[in-house]
Design a protein around this ligand. Structure first.
Ligand code: PLP
Length: 377
């Protein structure tokens, strides 16, 4: 079955009771035991399991070609749980350009807790190999990365990780399961900030970890989910599953729009460089062709000039909203370096564009006007 059909079916099945076409929201925190003490529906208490959460987890596990998924209250909580499932003294390798919140998490929470880590350029396989230590338990990659759109070879890094007895986790937030399935390329875990494309409407913070197989690491993640309780509410799960039904159509349109914008901007006099894996000149294009079926709705541009000029361009757009995050129906523009803390690797002239569902010609005209008004006032 194709992904478009799979996701509608997964949602429809959950709604079948009472003849409803849309699933109900189970707000109940607790579930009745039978006279013999058993739980007829296997639900006990909503922290450890809830019908809306289970429906969401099953749907995303299917879309990512995984065995099981664990949903969390945010993408950050999902990644946090993966780190918490390791032991103190373990070593983690993560990308130099990993999502900034994850760098902060490693530095400020997990280093003091006793987890060693190195941030390396994961697009450079020799650098990954060199960073592996005897105690390396996990390699985390993010491909394409946010906001630099760097592409990491999933299969090659999976081989390095497995040869060292380590797990590979891949943050698939930017691509979504519509365009890339990291588990098929050897990753052990997939992480999503479902806040972005999967929920898709900028109205719910949520996250998920999907596993290829049940192994000690995922069992520990499941344990922490239930005991720690960083779980999404039933309504968060319902919203995320609702958004998921239109994921394939949204992502394909957003990717087509982004490709047109990337091609237009790469010819623009005011733009120094466009970072988008769908462009033939992108350093990761060849690998992207092998592991992705499309290149997504996120792109970054380096404008000619400094931070001031980049901020001036963002100030001039009319259709793009100046805001962080991505994956919603409306286009967003963000100057990343100024939201990340000092010490960021993000260039000061970088603007990140989350391309939405507007008509690409309107978006192109808007960016062209903004760029022209800054460069030819
Ligand atoms: C947004 C994002 C996160 C964090 O997700 P939250 O839901 O905001 O906590 C993690 N990884 C990537 C790649 C992201 O874009």
């Amino acid at each position: 079955m194709h992904i478009e059909t799979q996701i509608i079916q997964a949602t429809v099945q959950e709604a079948a009771a009472m003849g409803a076409v849309v699933p109900p929201i189970y707000l109940s925190t607790t579930f009745e035991r039978a006279a013999d003490g058993t739980y007829p529906y296997d639900y006990v208490y909503s922290r450890s399991g809830n019908p809306n959460r289970q429906a969401l987890e099953r749907a995303i596990a299917t879309l990512e070609h995984g065995t099981e998924a664990a949903a969390f209250a945010s993408g950050s909580a999902a990644t946090m749980t993966v780190f918490q499932a390791l032991e103190t003294g373990d070593h983690v390798i993560a990308p130099q350009s990993v999502y900034f919140g994850i760098q902060e998490m490693l530095r400020k929470i997990f280093a003091p807790w006793g987890l060693a880590f190195d941030l390396v350029d994961t697009t450079d396989l020799a650098a990954v190999q060199q960073a592996i230590r005897d105690n390396t338990r996990l390699i985390l990659i993010e491909t394409p990365s946010n906001p630099q759109l760097a592409v990491t070879d999933i299969q090659a890094v999976a081989q390095l990780a497995h040869a060292a007895g380590a797990y590979l986790a891949c943050d698939n937030t930017v691509a979504s399961p519509v365009l890339q399935n990291p588990l098929d390329h050897g990753a052990d875990l997939v992480i999503h900030a479902t806040t972005k494309y999967l929920a898709g409407h900028s109205d719910v913070i949520s996250g998920v970890v999907v596993t290829r197989e049940l192994n000690p690491l995922f069992n520990q993640i499941r344990l922490i989910q239930g005991i720690g309780g960083a779980v999404p509410s039933p309504f968060d799960c319902w919203l995320t599953l609702r958004g998921l039904q239109t994921l394939p159509g949204r992502v394909q349109t957003q990717a087509a729009n982004a490709q047109r914008l990337a091609e237009f901007l790469s010819q623009h006099d005011a733009v120094e460089q466009v970072l988008y894996p769908g462009l033939a000149e992108h350093p990761g294009h060849e690998i992207a062709v092998q592991q992705m079926s499309g290149y997504g709705g996120l792109l970054s541009i380096l404008v000619k000039g400094n931070q001031e000029i980049a901020l001036a361009v963002a100030a001039e757009v009319k259709l793009f909203t100046r805001a962080t995050s991505f994956g919603g129906p409306h286009s967003l523009i963000e100057h990343r370096a100024s939201i990340e803390a000092p010490g960021t690797q993000t260039p000061v002239n970088l603007l990140r564009l989350s391309v939405g569902l507007e008509h690409p010609e309107d978006l192109m005209a808007d960016l062209d006007n903004a760029l022209q008004s800054v460069y030819r006032p």
